[in-house]
Ligand binder design. Structure first.
Ligand SMILES: *Cc1c(COP(=O)(O)O)cnc(C)c1O
Length: 493
C-alpha cells in the first residue's frame, strides 16, 4: 500500500516514510491509496481474539512494508501490562442498547494512549526500515493530555528523546503534576511563560529553523512531532472500532451484519475519522455522531457544509476539545472528493479567509455518514449527574459531551439502534468538574480532589493518578518563549 498527500498525488511513499515525515512536504496529510476490505467472516474471526489480536489484523492491512512478526511485537508492546485492564478497551453497557467504549485504561488515563503507546516503536521501526541512522527528538507543545501521553510513550525508548513544553498559565494541577513527575532518562519537560498559543508558536518556530536543524543533524538528531496529523497516530485508532463491534456482537446486542452507531467527543477530528475509515473498510456502522462542546465549529460544518473558524473561542470544562481548526477533517474531505486540488483550495481558503463551503453534493455525502450536535458546560454537568444517578456509572466531562449529544440525537431522530459512546478520559483526570457535577465542593489541590472523588463515589482512581501525591517533581524550569530554541539545543547537547 502506498501513501500520498491530500494536496497532491505526485509523490507516493511507503507507510514507514509517511510515519517518519508526519506532514507531507506540500503541507498536506498522508492518506492510504485505498481502504482494505474487511468481510463479515473476518469480523467473525476477530470476535474470538483479544484486543491485541484484533489490532494486529487491522494494522497488518495498512503496514504491508512490515512483517507479521514486527506487527505482533508492536501490538504486544503497546497493549499489555501498561494498561490497567486486561481487555485494554472494554465496552461497558448501561442498558440493552447503550454502551461506553472505555479508551482510558492506559498509563495516562486518556484515549491518546491508544495511539501513543504504539507510535514510538512504530516510528523507530520505520527509521530502521528506511536506513535512517539519526536519533529522533520529539517536540511537543501541549495543552494537557497529549504531552503526558507522548512522554509516557517515548520514555526510555532507545534512539529517541522527547521534550515537552506546557504553558505555565494553562494546564490543570493534575496535568502539571503528571508531566513534572515523568520518569525516563530521555525526557525533558519545561514550563513556558504565557498560554498555549505562546508555547505552540515557539515549537512551530523551532520546526521551521533550518540552521538549527543543520546543527542538530551534526550532533546526530532530527526533530519530529507526535501530534495527531501523523498517520501513525490515526492508524492504531481504527482497531478499537472493530473491537467494540465484536464486543457488541459477543454481548448479543447485534447479530452478524447488524448496524450500530458511535457517538464521539471530537476536537481535532482524529478519533472519529479513524471510526469512519473502519466503516469504509466494511464495518457495519450506520452513523458517526460528532459531539462538540461550545466550540461547535464542526456541528455547524456537518449541518451546513460551511466551515467557519471566525468565532469566539471558549474555554470549557472539556479542554481537550477546545479547538477551532480540526486538522484531520482535511483527510475526510480528500477521501470523499478524491480531489487533491479542491482539498488544497479549501485549506487555502481556511487559512486566508477563515472559512470555506464544500458545496451541496459533498455535504450530502458527509451527512449520509455523520450527524452532529454540541452541548454547554451546564448540560455536561447535568449529564454526569444523570448517568451517575441512573446507572451508577461515572464519566468525565469529554465523555459527557458525547453522552448528552447521543441522547439529543436519539430524541430528535428516533434512531434507537445500539450505540456506543466513545469514552476518552477517566473521570479522575477532571476531578474538579466531576465533583461539582455531583454537588461536591472542589476547592483543593489536584491530588486531594482525587481522594475526595474516591470517597464521594466509592470508585477507585487509576493507580498512576492515585500515586501522584507522593512523587518528587523532577522538572522545575520555567522559561520565556524566546528561550525555547536554546532549551532544545541544551537538551540535545
Ligand atoms: C484529544 C482528546 C479528545 C479529542 O480527540 P480528537 O481525536 O482530537 O478529535 C477528546 N477527549 C479527550 C479526553 C482527549 O484527550
Amino acid at each position: 500500500m502506498e501513501y500520498f498527500s491530500t494536496r497532491g498525488q505526485d509523490e507516493k511513499v511507503s507507510a514507514a516514510e509517511a510515519i517518519i515525515r508526519g506532514l507531507a512536504p506540500d503541507g498536506g496529510l498522508y492518506v492510504p491509496d485505498h481502504f482494505p476490505r474487511i468481510t463479515e467472516s473476518d469480523i467473525d474471526r476477530m470476535r474470538s481474539l483479544d484486543y491485541r489480536g484484533r489490532a494486529e489484523i487491522i494494522m497488518r492491512l495498512f503496514l504491508d512494508d512490515f512483517s507479521a512478526g514486527e506487527i505482533e511485537s508492536l501490538c504486544g508492546h503497546a497493549y499489555s501490562s501498561n494498561f490497567d485492564c486486561p481487555d485494554i478497551a472494554p465496552t461497558r453497557f448501561v442498558d440493552e442498547n447503550t454502551a461506553y467504549l472505555e479508551l482510558w485504561h492506559g498509563p495516562t488515563s486518556a484515549f491518546k494512549d491508544m495511539a501513543l503507546q504504539m507510535l514510538p516503536r512504530l516510528l523507530t521501526a520505520s527509521l530502521k526500515k528506511r536506513g535512517v541512522s539519526l536519533g529522533v527528538c520529539i517536540l511537543v507543545a501541549t495543552s494537557g493530555d497529549t504531552g503526558k501521553a507522548a512522554l509516557e510513550g517515548f520514555a526510555d525508548v532507545p534512539g529517541t528523546r522527547i521534550m515537552v513544553f506546557y504553558p505555565r498559565d494553562g494546564v490543570s494541577d493534575v496535568q502539571r503534576l503528571q508531566m513534572v513527575t515523568q520518569r525516563g532518562e530521555n525526557v525533558g519537560v519545561c514550563a513556558v511563560e504565557g498560554n498555549f498559543d505562546d508555547a505552540q508558536t515557539g515549537v512551530k518556530a523551532i520546526f521551521s529553523d533550518r540552521a538549527l536543524a543543520g546543527r542538530l543533524r551534526e550532533k546526530g538528531w532530527f526533530l519530529s512531532s507526535a501530534n495527531s496529523i501523523n498517520w501513525g497516530r490515526l492508524l492504531p485508532q481504527i482497531a478499537y472500532y472493530f473491537s467494540c463491534y465484536c464486543d457488541m456482537m459477543n454481548a448479543g446486542v447485534i447479530s452478524a451484519g447488524g448496524e450500530m452507531n458511535f457517538c464521539v467527543p471530537t476536537g481535532n477530528f482524529g478519533n472519529i475519522l479513524a471510526g469512519w475509515i473502519a466503516k469504509r473498510m466494511g464495518l457495519p456502522v450506520k452513523r458517526f455522531i460528532c459531539a462538540s462542546n461550545e466550540n461547535n465549529v464542526l456541528t455547524d460544518f456537518i449541518n451546513t457544509g460551511v466551515y467557519d473558524k471566525r468565532r469566539d473561542f471558549h474555554l470549557t470544562s472539556s479542554p481537550s476539545m477546545d479547538i477551532l481548526v480540526s486538522s484531520n477533517l482535511e483527510r475526510l474531505l480528500y477521501f470523499i472528493t478524491k480531489d487533491a486540488g479542491k482539498t488544497a483550495a479549501w485549506m487555502r481558503s481556511l487559512s486566508g479567509e477563515g472559512r470555506y463551503f464544500v458545496g451541496n453534493d459533498v455535504l450530502r455525502e458527509i451527512q449520509a455518514d455523520f450527524a452532529a450536535g454540541y452541548c454547554s458546560d451546564a448540560e455536561v454537568q447535568a449529564e454526569i449527574a444523570r448517568v451517575w444517578s441512573e446507572n451508577g456509572y461515572l464519566i468525565d466531562t469529554h465523555t459527557a459531551v458525547a453522552s448528552a449529544v447521543l441522547g439529543a440525537y436519539r430524541k430528535q431522530s428516533g434512531d434507537m439502534i445500539p450505540a456506543a459512546v466513545v469514552s476518552t478520559a477517566s473521570p479522575y483526570k477532571f476531578c474538579a468538574s466531576v465533583l461539582n457535577a455531583l454537588g461536591e465542593t472542589a476547592d483543593a489541590p489536584g491530588h486531594e480532589l482525587i481522594s475526595r472523588l474516591e470517597s464521594a463515589t466509592g470508585t477507585a482512581a487509576p493507580a498512576p493518578l492515585a500515586k501522584l501525591a507522593g512523587k518528587p517533581e523532577r522538572f522545575k524550569d520555567c522559561i520565556a518563549p524566546e528561550n525555547m530554541t536554546s532549551a532544545v539545543e541544551k537538551f540535545l547537547s
